[in-house]
Design a protein around this ligand. Structure first.
Ligand code: SAH
Length: 343
């Protein structure tokens, strides 16, 4: 099978060129055509000879996703359903903020984590995305909208730390100045708490923001919401987070989805303060979004504000995440994979 040219880092592409008897500078030319010019075919690479273009076509593919469906929210957020060319479809979301465009990308087709409040997990897991398929979500949206994306959040379908190597590789491709040139400071990775890979990420020496889905500071409650807590309970998770902060000197963003009568009362807020006291961190409160057959219901606005104020008054910086795209099921936890019907 032909290899997807979008999945190579620039260094790997240089090695590839050498291995097929070409000069390494060709890699730079191709990389720029793909990631900066966003071309759809080798034939558009006009500074490359026809001969070499034919050779490239034989060896590699340029996988361009097809947009099957695009929905636009009243708040301007856009959701895309992409055909990933193997009979499956994934979703990505484009959001516009004052500071620019931000994209929420998927890292897997489906998710193994089983969080009870998330729509990405209800349907069977298919596979992890290749690095090039992660990058392609950005390229495809830039082609469609003619915009320059400046921020990336790994908060779409899938657990990014369960597709560790491809996510790290995608970040290296996205970050390259000869490519999309998006600084790692503008990239966030959200994890449900895969402890061993939090330690691994700490040593990568990249400036990404790490978000950790906490949702409760009580093991029993967290396990009920997130089965991953049975494997990596809160104490182990916090140990890893502390070590991450120590090594990277970066603050962690803890995500906390507030569900009515579940994890949103003042006692929960008190426990959270106890757990996070003294840590270099920030709490991102997410009013929980309703999903089909989900048992959790959004907290009242009153409770959300009280919860935030309690944290802030007790030394924990907390903000409420803006709810974008809920009317088109593009908000946190509402993305899902789709199996395409065979013709
Ligand atoms: N797998 C990663 C990315 C998930 S999406 C992770 O678990 O962190 C980003 C955030 O949205 C996570 O914190 C996730 O727990 C949260 N989320 C999932 N479903 C949600 C829902 N229905 N309402 C609000 N937040 C939700």
């Amino acid at each position: 099978m032909k290899r997807n040219i979008k999945s190579f880092t620039l260094d790997e592409l240089k090695d590839e060129m050498i291995s097929i008897g070409e000069k390494p500078f060709r890699a730079e030319q191709i990389f720029k055509w793909i990631h900066q010019e966003n071309v759809l075919s080798f034939d558009e690479m006009t500074n490359i000879s026809k001969e070499l273009r034919e050779k490239l076509k034989e060896k590699y593919s340029i996988n361009n996703f097809k947009i099957i469906k695009k929905l636009t929210s009243v708040d301007g957020t856009k959701k895309y359903l992409f055909d990933v060319l193997d009979g499956n479809a994934i979703e990505s979301v484009l959001m516009e903020y004052k500071h620019g465009f931000s994209i929420c990308v998927s890292s897997q087709i489906g998710c193994k984590m089983g969080c009870k409040f998330c729509a990405s997990t209800g349907i069977p897991f298919v596979r992890s995305l290749e690095a090039g398929e992660i990058v392609e979500q950005i390229l495809a949206v830039q082609r469609e909208e003619d915009v320059k994306i400046s921020n990336i959040v790994f908060m779409g379908i899938g657990e990014p730390l369960d597709n560790y190597d491809n996510v790290i590789k995608a970040i290296s491709i996205i970050n390259n100045p000869k490519g999309l040139n998006i600084g790692t400071r503008h990239i966030s990775i959200s994890t449900s708490g895969l402890v061993p890979n939090i330690y691994k990420l700490a040593k990568e020496n990249i400036q990404c923001t790490l978000s950790v889905s906490l949702h409760s500071s009580n093991n029993e409650k967290r396990s009920e919401m997130m089965p991953v807590n049975d494997a990596y309970p809160i104490e182990k998770l916090m140990e890893a987070c502390r070590e991450y902060i120590k090594i990277t000197n970066k603050r962690i963003s803890f995500e906390y989805a507030l569900a009515k009568d579940n994890n949103d009362n003042l006692d929960d807020a008190k426990d959270l303060v106890k757990l996070l006291k003294g840590m270099l961190c920030h709490v991102n409160l997410i009013p929980i979004n309703k999903i089909d057959n989900g048992k959790y219901v959004k907290s009242t606005n009153d409770n959300i504000i009280k919860f935030r104020d309690y944290l802030n008054d007790n030394g924990i910086v907390a903000t409420i995440r803006r709810e974008l795209g809920a009317d088109i099921s593009a908000a946190c936890g509402q993305l899902r994979r789709t199996e395409l019907k065979k013709e």
